[in-house]
Design a protein around this ligand. Structure first.
Ligand SMILES: [Fe+2]
Length: 280
């Protein structure tokens, strides 16, 4: 039936617990909470999420596990994200359809069903805010390091076809940052040059010039060290309709990266906006 909403969502580890969020990241958390309330009201049939922190080398995977349950201690930052419990329903049927469509498109996609598989924090952090009831079925997937932006975009189009042709209602989440040239010190902003590219990308988004957003990725990616080389953005841009309404709702820095909450839908969600920190 439809993709009700697409979201670009941050997952910076310091927001794992809302009460421990630094001041300069509170706006992005509030924006995600606002969107989460909207998603809960919307009550979609499922959420498909791609995470920059589930990075695979060769294969696209679709996590078709019927129940996602575990405790996440993040290898990258184990003192901050330590034994965080999660329990979400999965959707094996949807996952199977995505794999089938990917294969039809000539993409190396593999289904996994593994109750021992532990989520990454790029999947868990945004879902704690965007699906707080933990009742909406989730299908999660990685970014693939040997997949080009073009291949990732093509995979995104295959996913979109399945979601659009279904008689159900879905939300798609791309979990990742914009510029991502990391430095020590969580309060640091991106450099002026990196942030200039963020601003250009956001301006194009707000003009709904999604084609130029995609065309910008091959240079924006390496020059601003966009997270996962911009693969999550390629998948997001594949997913949204040409006339989708963008709403830039919250943002903030984290260790030199820039993180934004942006929704794309057939309607404006700017009433969910928090203080915007980017200076366009
Ligand atoms: Fe990240």
């Amino acid at each position: 039936m439809s993709i009700e909403l697409c979201v670009l969502a941050p997952h910076v580890p310091s927001i794992i617990y809302e009460e421990e969020t630094p001041d300069y990241q509170k706006d992005m958390v509030q924006a995600m909470k606002n969107v989460g309330e909207e998603i809960e009201r919307m009550n979609p049939d499922g959420i498909v999420i791609v995470s920059c922190h589930w990075q695979t080398t060769f294969f696209h995977y679709v996590n078709c596990t019927p129940v996602h349950k575990g405790n996440l201690s993040a290898h990258e930052i184990p003192h901050m994200i330590r034994a965080v419990p999660y329990h979400f329903p999965g959707d094996s049927e949807l996952g199977g359809k995505l794999v089938e469509e990917g294969e039809k498109a000539g993409i190396d996609v593999i289904a996994i069903e593994d109750s021992d598989f532990v989520w990454d924090y790029g999947t868990l952090v945004p879902l704690r805010y965007l699906a707080p009831s933990a009742k909406i079925p989730v299908v999660n997937m990685p970014v693939v390091l040997t997949a080009s932006l073009e291949e990732t975009y093509k995979w995104g189009k295959a996913i979109k076809k399945v979601l659009k042709e279904s008689d159900k209602r879905y939300v798609f989440i791309a979990s990742g940052a914009l510029s991502h040239s990391l430095v020590r010190g969580r309060h640091h902003m991106p450099t002026t040059s990196e942030h200039a590219l963020d601003k250009e990308f956001v301006k194009l988004v707000l003009k709904r010039d999604y084609e130029s957003c995609y065309k910008m990725l091959p240079e924006y990616g390496p020059w601003a060290k966009v997270e996962s080389g911009g693969r999550h953005l390629a998948m997001l841009l594949a997913m949204i309709d040409d006339d989708a309404v963008p709403s830039y709702l919250g943002d903030g820095q984290s260790s030199g990266s820039w993180n934004a909450v942006i929704t794309f839908a057939d309607k404006d969600y700017s009433h969910l906006k928090t203080t915007i920190n980017i200076d366009l």
